[in-house]
Design a protein around this ligand. Structure first.
Ligand code: ADP
Ligand code: MG
Length: 289
């Protein structure tokens, strides 16, 4: 796949984030670049995350556009996974974790006390670092979500959802003759595509991916990257990656995190060829991280 440097018209930046007050202890707190996009799918404002007393994310402001792949990069421990988990309230499952600020999905605050997180986590699905199929058949791995979310009214409905999800995840041809075999029997790359099929099966709007290729070989990685590019037509994708090459290949926008601060965000091409912040430059040129 060629590096994707095209801009998506729906993510045209509207403003530069200059209205966020810097806090003295954090010289680098003010994000450089355009945090806003036109008609965002998700919109994060003043997001802080604490584990007990320790602050892991500092007042992050960021919009996520429709049909874009946004890559989140930065050194280990800078808060990429923590921030990603805020987007579908996965941090709720960690006892010591507290999230403040506002995160909107289609203009609805996902932290609203009345909001049910079960449908939220279908709308904003997640794919993890290590493929984690259920210890069930390939068919059941994909059918489980639509069944518990009541998305199918009959067995034939469910069959259609399973087939189309496996198709969209680029796995159908490889598994169509062995749908009743265990998902865990597939190769690592196939398992990750099965997990993507499982996420797609419940009709998400956003797919979060936390280093989805880090356990895969280069060929399986290339397949997932191709798939991510195709999935962008239908979904919004936020991906954490430790590979700058991967971020450059698959994303339209890139966000650089450092010690819990969102240092810089911009078009991927600009971030990698003309970073505005010294910390971003140090990281992408390999001087740091
Ligand atoms: N469950 C947790 N409990 C306490 N601290 C955590 C937990 N998860 C992450 N942290 C801390 O939050 C910071 C950010 O971690 P993380 O989001 O995993 O970073 P990254 O994904 O960029 O490597 C780190 O200092 C890490 O130690
Ligand atoms: Mg992480």
């Amino acid at each position: 796949m060629q590096p994707n440097t095209q801009t998506v018209s729906s993510v045209t930046p509207l403003m530069v984030c200059t209205d966020i007050e810097p806090i003295a202890a954090h010289d680098n707190r003010k994000t450089v670049g355009e945090i806003s996009v036109d008609n965002p799918r998700m919109s994060c404002r003043n997001v802080n995350v604490f584990y007990g007393e320790k602050q892991a994310i500092n007042r992050v402001n960021l919009d996520i556009g429709r049909h874009e792949v946004i890559a989140m990069i930065g050194p280990s421990g800078c808060g990429k996974s923590t921030f990603l988990r805020c987007l579908n309230r996965m941090n709720d499952t960690i006892d010591s974790c507290r999230v403040t600020g506002e995160i909107l999905l289609d203009n609805q605050n996902i932290y609203d006390k009345t909001l049910d997180v079960v449908p939220l986590r279908a709308q904003v699905g997640m794919v993890f670092q290590k493929p984690n199929p259920f210890p069930k058949s390939i068919y059941e791995n994909v059918a489980y979500g639509p069944r518990i979310h009541g998305l199918s009214s009959s067995k034939s409905d469910l069959d259609i959802i399973v087939e189309s999800s496996l198709h969209r995840a680029g796995l159908w041809n490889e598994v169509k003759d062995r749908l009743d075999q265990p998902g865990t029997g597939l190769s690592g790359g196939q398992q990750q595509r099965l997990c993507i099929a499982r996420t797609i099966a419940v009709s998400p709007e956003v797919i979060l991916m936390d280093e989805p290729c880090s356990a895969l070989d280069p060929i399986a990685t290339a397949k997932i990257e191709e798939l991510i590019d195709e999935l962008r037509e239908e979904y919004t994708i936020a991906i954490v990656t430790h590979s700058m090459q991967q971020a450059a290949r698959i994303s339209q926008r890139t966000a650089y995190f450092h010690l819990g601060d969102l240092i810089e965000v911009g078009e991927t091409n600009q971030i990698f060829t003309n970073p505005q912040h010294k910390l971003t430059e140090d990281y992408i040129t390999g001087r740091f991280g």
